[in-house]
Design a binder for this molecule. Structure first.
Ligand SMILES: Cc1cc2nc3c(=O)[nH]c(=O)nc-3n(C[C@H](O)[C@H](O)[C@H](O)COP(=O)(O)OP(=O)(O)OC[C@H]3O[C@@H](n4cnc5c(N)ncnc54)[C@H](O)[C@@H]3O)c2cc1C
Length: 444
């Protein structure tokens, strides 16, 4: 038997690590521990099953347990690692030590505790585990009124899903607009308007004060703006790194609350790597550590950790964080900084904004696309973007993330070449229009 690589976590990071480790060292024994009954499924699809856009949960399973067995990956389901000892190079499972040569910590995230009374009531839904989601989906059939707590990315998806489900849906968020950490109010506005059209009731600038119930079941939430009757509260607070295991073993945490790793995903402790939502990584523009990114980040980090844990050599790049989703009847997305966030962080910028269209103006299905760009004063290097539109947001977010990463300027974007084909692209690319506006505002 070759080296033993133990991975704690069967989410995107853990599964990415397992596959990459086995690929790098086929002789290695790769053991994955997960608290869940399943490993290979996409939690990202859960809100869309609840919203009935995806017909069943079975489609979210990406592979069978047998496929992992055939790949030589030994997944121990419903098994908790209760501790690890970096000196002895062991993890503790069922009270007994299991030796490792390399360890990958991929323990992921938990939702931030809302920190209000009533957290023990039934009727509070934290969307994560697919088996629990299947049970909650049955509960949704009988729900009349629901409150979604916080307009995070998951919150946006759940408001949309519950409206599609015909449930009276209230969104409660302490900020003045949706997704305020990533967007500006003008970008969020069409989404908010479309929620209202779908029947949602929005309570911004509103603090959650308590979950209230009777007989152990949720009956209402108390907020700073009054009481909201409800049968269900979907708690979509921000993600926090699940680091209990790592901290107990003496692994360093950073300023964002995640495990500190180098570009090879190595912790400061020999033979221990970490990846996914339990770590923090530097932002490519500000160099400030960020945590709790996306499943695609977790998977890519897991692969880097797995390669290195198996004796290979691979580095992870700083992140620029492209993001995007469907919210209400719109697509919304961006990369790195909004005006609001850049201002809060004291990052100077020049802004450009334009509304274009997604196809030729005469082609059926043409949709508006608003693009807002932020560039560094002087150099006009792109440092952020936001978009809202009817289609084509994901591709633009990915493209603009690469533009930020490679130092492309608003001048480059203002004269970019673009595809014009009536069914898929307009003569004037909205990104180029926003860049031209930015140049005009910059006086160049
Ligand atoms: C509802 C939902 C929607 C999402 N939508 C998107 C999306 O649209 N796009 C996107 O990119 N990402 C999405 N994500 C992904 C998500 O936001 C995270 O980035 C991703 O799940 C992080 O993966 P991870 O492997 O780091 O951690 P997690 O997914 O949190 O997995 C952690 C794993 O660690 C295990 N574990 C923890 N502690 C122990 C222990 N002590 N012993 C044994 N096992 C342990 C858990 O059982 C679990 O298997 C979504 C997630 C959810 C839940």
């Amino acid at each position: 038997m070759g080296r033993r690589i133990v991975i704690v976590g069967g989410g995107a990071a853990g599964i990415g690590a397992a596959g990459a480790a086995k690929g790098t060292d086929p002789a290695a024994e790769v053991i994955v521990y997960t608290q869940y009954l399943d490993a290979a499924y996409s939690p990202c699809g859960i809100p869309y099953v609840h919203g009935k856009e995806i017909p069943d949960f079975e489609r979210l399973f990406l592979g069978t347990k047998q496929q992992y067995v055939e790949q030589g990956i030994d997944i121990r389901y419903e098994t908790e690692v209760t501790a690890f000892d970096p000196k002895a190079k062991t993890v503790t499972v069922d009270g007994r030590p299991v030796e490792y040569d390399s360890l990958v910590v991929a323990t992921g995230f938990t939702y931030a505790d809302p920190g209000v009374p009533g957290g023990e009531l039934s009727g509070l839904y934290y969307v994560k585990n697919i088996r629990e989601a299947m049970e909650w989906d049955k509960v949704l059939d009988g729900v009349r009124k629901a409150v979604v707590v916080e307009a995070t990315p998951l919150g946006l998806e759940m408001v949309t899903a519950l409206c599609h489900r015909g449930i009276e849906t209230h969104l409660v968020d302490p900020s003045p607009w949706a997704l305020s950490m990533a967007t500006d109010p003008d970008i969020a506005k069409p989404v908010e308007d479309s929620w209202v059209e779908l029947g949602a009731q929005l309570h911004f600038n509103t603090k959650l004060e308590a979950f209230q119930g009777s007989g152990g079941a949720l009956r209402s939430v108390r907020t700073s703006a009054g009481e909201l009757e409800c049968d269900l509260a979907v708690v979509c607070t921000h993600k926090v790194a699940n680091t209990a295991l790592a901290t107990a073993a003496g692994i360093d945490l950073g300023s964002a609350g995640g495990i500190v790793v180098d570009e090879r995903m190595a912790t400061h402790v020999p033979w221990v790597w970490a990846a996914g939502d339990c770590i923090e990584v530097p932002h490519g523009v500000s160099n400030v550590p960020v945590q709790g990114l996306s499943g695609s980040h977790a998977y890519a980090q897991g692969k880097v950790a797995g390669v290195n844990a198996a004796g290979g050599r691979r580095a992870y790049q700083p992140v620029y964080v492209p993001w995007g989703m469907v919210a209400g009847t719109w697509m919304i997305g961006g990369v790195s900084f909004s005006e609001t966030l850049a201002t809060a962080l004291g990052i100077p910028f020049v802004m450009g904004r334009a509304q274009g269209i997604s196809r030729a103006r005469y082609f059926p299905g043409v949709q508006p696309v608003t693009v807002k760009l932020l560039a560094e004063p002087g150099s006009l290097r792109l440092i952020g973007a936001q978009m809202v539109g009817g289609e084509g947001i994901k591709e633009r977010a990915d493209f603009l993330a690469m533009a930020v990463r490679t130092g492309i300027t608003a001048r480059d974007l203002a004269t970019m070449e673009n595809v014009y084909s009536p069914a898929i692209g307009a003569l004037n690319e909205p990104i180029a229009l926003a860049a031209q506006d930015l140049l005009a505002r910059a006086g160049t």
